[in-house]
Design a protein around this ligand. Sequence first.
Ligand code: GLN
Length: 388
Amino acid sequence: MPELSHRVSTFTDSVIRRMTRISNQYGAINLSQGFPDFDPPKPLLEGLRKTADEGPHQYSITFGAKNFRDALARKAEKTLKRVIDPETEIVVTCGSTEAMMTAMMTVCNPGDKVMVFSPFYENYGADAILSGAEPIYIPLVPPEYDFDLKLIEEGFRQGAKAIIICNPSNPCGKVFTREELENIGNLAIRYDAFVITDEVYEHMVYEPYVHTSMASLPGMFDHTITCNSLSKTYSITGWRLGYLIGPEYVVEAARKVHDFLTVGAAAPLQEAATAGLQMGDDYYRELLRIYTEKREHFLTGLDKIGLKHNVPQGTYFVMVDIQEFLDRPEFSGWTDLQFCEWMIKEIGVAAVPGSSFFREPVNHLIRLHFARQTEVLDEALRRLAKLK
Ligand code: GLN
């Protein structure tokens, strides 16, 4: 048989998305791949109906329909704290997955180093391989998921082209403080490097923590590529609408990468989603209220069962410690992946093995998400109680 590229043998399929498939196969409650089980807001659904009748049904401009980019710019201005030019500073992509891939391909030459925190959202590993970049991993050390700034400086000193920051962080729920971002940003400026951020959970930041966008810090817009999406904020993960925002010369190059990768995100969905972007601050407050309640409810449930876990500052993910089970004779020598597969079949709840997020040999953590209706979370908790 003809040989495949070497590239494709150096990474596996996404474990997150594989867990969803196994979960579906066994009819488990899927708390692995993070997506909500409730409807998108009404204006988006109405927009979708209207678009079915009125269109557009053909390509939009490759880097995003004008009205969609205009609406994105107006929304992003609030967090980025500057006027965003929709004509030159935005690329609409197929989810933030494509935004991140495009950002990496835009700034990296093969062999360039890129810093990635560990634990990290697993896409970044494959993104690095596909763009030819070599990751340097910077540990986020539990339980606080702190990092050592000296390691980041060392990475930049070794010539790292960029650092990827997922803020709030998937999977550990860390929300980077303004001071942490300033420290990293100052290094990026000093070493003339990029910060590529993934801010898809920007509206899921729990009190007293606050979200700060790297690009909003003084001097940082020119060094930052902000990747974001509508998936989590408007509960439309299947619409695959994302975007990146950056300085004009970066965006000009990123548009070329994007154009040849995908041509464009679905035009009818951009049209339909534009309505969502007009919603006022009340919408984001209500979304946060809902997730704050779910977090409280789910974490309290885990406490009642006696499962050890972190307390996420942001996102809808929680890391649960399974060491006590791995210490039992019947699970002796098991990997976290085996444990998750067993949990799907025998407990009826799907989680993601922590090892898929860590560079270090971590085997005692699994990731669950709580973007589920209360009854579903309650049933998941009843099932998880059987672990004990
Ligand atoms: N970000 C989500 C997660 O970590 C999933 C995103 C995806 O599968 N594209 O579960």
